[in-house]
Design a protein around this ligand. Structure first.
Ligand SMILES: NC(=O)c1ccc[n+]([C@@H]2O[C@H](COP(=O)([O-])OP(=O)(O)OC[C@H]3O[C@@H](n4cnc5c(N)ncnc54)[C@H](OP(=O)(O)O)[C@@H]3O)[C@@H](O)[C@H]2O)c1
Length: 374
């Protein structure tokens, strides 16, 4: 939450000038939650949905009132009415699915983690730049009103100088080698599923300079991390202590400690409240939203597209690339590797090729050299 970040939702209840027309890539858990909030809030409307299975797409379309259902994701990317695509496949397919949409000049909001690693993330941003389209990682937490409030307190210096950030995100699930939480083919593990939120929060508070990193993990039988502990240490003196797990309920509290007080965010990833404690007393902000909260990120995409912007000021290209860099470094320390990047057959069929175009290659080189210098 850098001090320079402007307030994101000056008036969150204002409807956008026109609901953005969305295409849905996949029909799983998060796709259903997103479309529910999209339609309930009126900030957008889903006009097409794609699934690996046409029947599932039709069922989703019937349930959520989506006019067109496709038996592939590529058809969503090619639908001329679609302005922005929400990519909601398992992590290991984000790269191929988002790339296909960018190459069809669709704005993309891609679920977290944006990709499996920094290399893929860099390639996606190069493609977005080459095709002149918007791309954002769906870090919805940062678009919630309680996060806006926490940012405001930090900007106002309400807790003095930040010294320590603590964040935990974990839930208890039964080991299933085939589930996306444990299967390395699907990018399984706690770090990429929920640890990404803790690292993103720490980075949002401490800034984009690289931290020193120490991490350790307990592994699941499939080789992915079931619980990971991370210590981040910035030259500014800020430290972060983070834990994530897919086998333990960790309570999910985040707390930002400063020289004059603390900000606490219970269940920080969905941020129902934000609590400021200082010597002057306690102030609690309650989010009275009636939705799950996914409309905030959808509204941001609509606002940015209407204003001709290609990125969000906080969840920016630089933010996602730094996040991917840190996640890669943690994964290296905990020795979690994934099979080589996959390009899903459903995506490639009848779609543009997966090889990098000349424009993407030259932008890729530029972005990589900027990362090397940072
Ligand atoms: N922002 C959040 O709060 C939040 C919460 C949960 C998850 N997520 C993210 O969203 C992504 C999806 O998570 P989810 O919980 O929605 O997963 P999910 O319920 O398993 O749904 C994933 C969907 O992806 C499609 N898919 C394509 N290839 C697949 C494969 N080989 N195996 C399984 N599914 C495949 C399927 O849709 P079709 O069958 O229709 O093709 C499936 O329904 C993940 O990257 C996760 O990190 C975000």
């Amino acid at each position: 939450m850098p001090k320079a970040t402007p307030s994101r939702n000056p008036n969150p209840s204002d409807p956008p000038a026109r609901p953005l027309r969305w295409g849905m890539v996949a029909t799983g858990t998060i796709a259903r939650k997103f479309v529910q909030d999209l339609h309930a809030s009126g900030v957008g409307t889903a006009v097409a949905v794609g699934s690996r299975d046409l029947g599932r797409a039709q069922e989703f379309a019937r349930t959520w009132g989506v006019p067109r259902a496709y038996g592939s994701y590529a058809e969503v990317a090619q639908d001329p009415e679609v302005e922005a695509v929400y990519v909601a496949t398992p992590h290991s397919f984000h790269f191929a699915d988002a790339l296909e949409c960018l190459r069809n000049r669709k704005a993309v909001l891609c679920e977290k983690p944006l990709t499996l690693d920094l290399d893929q993330a860099t390639r996606l941003f190069a493609a977005a730049e080459d095709h002149g389209v918007f791309l954002m990682e769906a870090l919805w937490t940062f678009f919630l009103p309680a996060m806006d409030q926490a940012r405001q307190w930090l900007r106002d210096g309400a807790i003095g100088e930040v010294t320590l950030i603590e964040a935990h995100f974990g839930f208890s699930s039964r080991f299933d080698p085939q589930s996306r939480l444990f299967d390395p083919q699907l990018g399984g593990g706690a770090l990429l599923d929920v640890g990404v939120y803790t690292v993103a929060l720490a980075q949002a508070v401490a800034g984009l300079r690289p931290p020193r990193i120490k991490a350790s993990a307990r592994k699941a039988p499939t080789g992915v991390d079931e619980t990971t502990s991370i210590l981040l240490d910035w030259s500014s003196g800020v430290r972060a202590q983070l834990t994530c797990s897919v086998v333990h309920d960790l309570g999910d509290r985040a707390r930002i400690y400063g020289t004059r007080g603390t900000i606490t965010l219970p269940e920080f990833w969905r941020a129902p409240t934000a609590i400021l404690e200082t010597a002057q007393g306690t102030t609690t902000f309650h989010d009275k939203r009636t939705t799950l909260g996914y409309e905030g990120e959808a509204r941001a995409v609509a606002d940015h597209l209407a204003a001709g912007r290609r990125e969000d000021p906080l969840v920016s290209k630089a933010f996602s690339l730094r996040l991917a860099t840190t996640l890669d470094a943690v994964r290296k320390q905990i020795r979690v590797t994934y099979p080589s990047p996959q390009v899903k057959p459903a995506m490639v069929r009848g779609s543009s090729t997966s090889s990098t175009s000349a424009g993407e290659s030259s932008l890729l080189a530029k972005i990589r050299s900027r990362i090397d210098r940072s």
